[in-house]
Design a binder for this molecule. Structure first.
Ligand SMILES: Cc1cc2nc3c(=O)[nH]c(=O)nc-3n(C[C@H](O)[C@H](O)[C@H](O)COP(=O)(O)OP(=O)(O)OC[C@H]3O[C@@H](n4cnc5c(N)ncnc54)[C@H](O)[C@@H]3O)c2cc1C
Length: 448
């Protein structure tokens, strides 16, 4: 391989092993690994790989849940953007920032906070995942209900195309309608069209006050009903996170945080000027009390952070319930969450398989975790069969198969459940235009 002569390419067996999987727990074996330190390094690598017909798999931090950064069958080079991690610019007059793709989301958030600024997209993995990965997956987070998702903050991109050509998209201004919106097309493209090397982001001033509280309910259905009631009352919280009883008990087993282990919990955050947050809190208390919910306000920032640590640990904590987790991130209109939870309950009872649900209830995005054991082949195949049933119910309630994780490898067999043949064909044509040789993250998104 000619790429071997590049100083940032490795074929060490231990490197190939540890970069061969992501948070989906799927595994593959790359031919080589590349760690470009700059856009120029990447251009050089991509040109050589293009000439040699090697496939390229972009990788941020490998926290993706659908196997998007896992190499497939073809000889592939994993291209980790982790060394391209500079925050290039924070422009406080125009409220924009420029970062390299490998910047970790949480680090960017902290750099902004020091300047009284705020970048809302906050995936629960924010202390590990990269902005490039967030762009490629169209990541969201708890604050999406009020502030939107990554897509709503990306103003422009620097891209390296699979033939090594370099381009930029978008504008630094709030407005701009010259040509097609390539920026938006690239957000959520899962590394199948081009490498994202730099990102131009919209940023906001930090809200004056943030108040964090929990409301404890007798069961998940009532907590889900409270989600719509809060919105109906005229309050728009910045987060409305739901944790069902299984999620609560998993967290308490994994890292005891003093959360209740019965019923269900809503984790709510209100923000804005003090004269808005105070009355909003009273309304939330009233609405929750009407449904039998008990509100507790976090009095210090340390107490609030402890609640968020507990929330962010649900995903790993669930392994304390069963060794294998099939994790789907479905979305339904928020008013249909109670019905969706009923249907999940019925699926769990019929199959005898535990289903734990938690997530961004405020925007209808529920993480459905089918808990099983991969080594028990009979149970595992019943658990896998539940995935399609969950999707059927989701679509029936007017929802979508993925709110933030994307399709990758794990969801591609189900793509045509949601998208019609014309849309799929258009998407395949777009892929061909960007990547005629089919070397950019092959085998992802589209069914074989
Ligand atoms: C505990 C936990 C909690 C999570 N919570 C959330 C959540 O709240 N919200 C949410 O949206 N997600 C969540 N995720 C999923 C994951 O963190 C996101 O999908 C994240 O955006 C992936 O970023 P990454 O840097 O790890 O990307 P990777 O996993 O490395 O890659 C993800 C995809 O993006 C592509 N890619 C990565 N970088 C680039 C680039 N520079 N250019 C082109 N393509 C690229 C890869 O090829 C792959 O297809 C969670 C994951 C974990 C483990």
């Amino acid at each position: 391989m000619r790429i071997d002569r590049l100083p940032f390419v490795s074929a060490e067996p231990e490197d190939l092993l540890v970069y061969g999987y992501d948070a989906s727990k799927l595994e593959g074996r790359p031919t080589a690994l590349a760690f470009p330190g700059s856009t120029q390094d990447l251009v050089e690598l991509v040109r050589l790989a293009y000439e040699e017909g090697l496939s390229l798999v972009p990788r941020g931090a490998g926290t993706g849940m659908v196997g998007g950064a896992v190499p497939g069958e073809q000889p592939s080079v994993i291209v980790s953007l982790e060394r391209m991690n500079r925050i290039m610019e924070i422009d406080t007059d125009n409220l924009v920032a420029v970062v390299e793709a490998g910047v970790v989301n949480g680090r960017f958030q902290r750099a902004l906070k020091d300047k009284g600024l705020f970048y809302p997209p906050d995936p629960a993995s924010l202390n590990f995942c990269t902005i490039g990965g967030n762009v490629a997956t169209g990541a969201g987070g708890p604050r999406a209900i009020k502030y939107g998702v990554t897509r709503d903050y990306v103003l422009g991109l620097e891209l390296v195309l699979p033939d090594g050509s370099l381009t930029t998209t978008g504008v630094r201004t709030a407005k701009g309608v010259v040509g097609y919106d390539l920026t938006r097309l690239l957000v959520g493209s899962e590394g199948t069209l081009a490498f994202v090397t730099r990102v131009l982001l919209k940023i906001l001033p930090e809200p004056e006050q943030v108040m964090t509280l929990t409301s404890h309910f007798p069961d998940a259905r009532t907590a889900a009903e409270a989600v719509s009631s809060v919105i109906h009352s005229g309050v728009l919280p910045r987060t409305l996170e739901l944790m069902d009883q299984h999620s609560l008990s998993a967290v308490e087993k994994f890292r005891p945080s003093g959360l209740p282990v019965t019923g269900a919990l809503l984790l709510v955050e209100l923000d804005g000027p003090g004269y808005v947050v105070g009355p909003d809190l009273e309304k939330v208390k009233e609405v929750c009390a009407e449904l039998g919910g008990t509100v507790t306000v976090a009095r210090t920032s340390a107490a609030a952070e402890k609640l968020w640590e507990a929330r962010r640990s649900i995903s790993p904590a669930l392994y304390s319930l069963r060794p294998t987790k099939i994790n789907e991130d479905i979305v339904v209109p928020r008013s249909r969450i109670p019905e969706m939870l009923d249907r999940l309950d019925a699926l769990s009872r019929e199959s005898g398989i535990l289903i734990a649900s938690f997530g961004h209830a405020g925007d209808g995005n529920i993480h459905v975790n089918i808990m099983t054991d991969r080594t028990n082949t009979e149970e595992y195949s019943r658990a896998r069969a539940l995935v399609e049933k969950v999707f059927v119910h989701t679509l029936d309630l007017g929802g979508t198969l993925s709110g933030e994780h994307g399709v990758g490898l794990t969801k591609k067999p189900y793509l045509s459940m949601e998208l019609d043949p014309v849309s799929i064909s258009l998407m395949k044509h777009i892929k061909k235009v960007f990547d005629p040789a089919g070397i950019m993250n092959p085998g992802k998104v589209f069914p074989d």
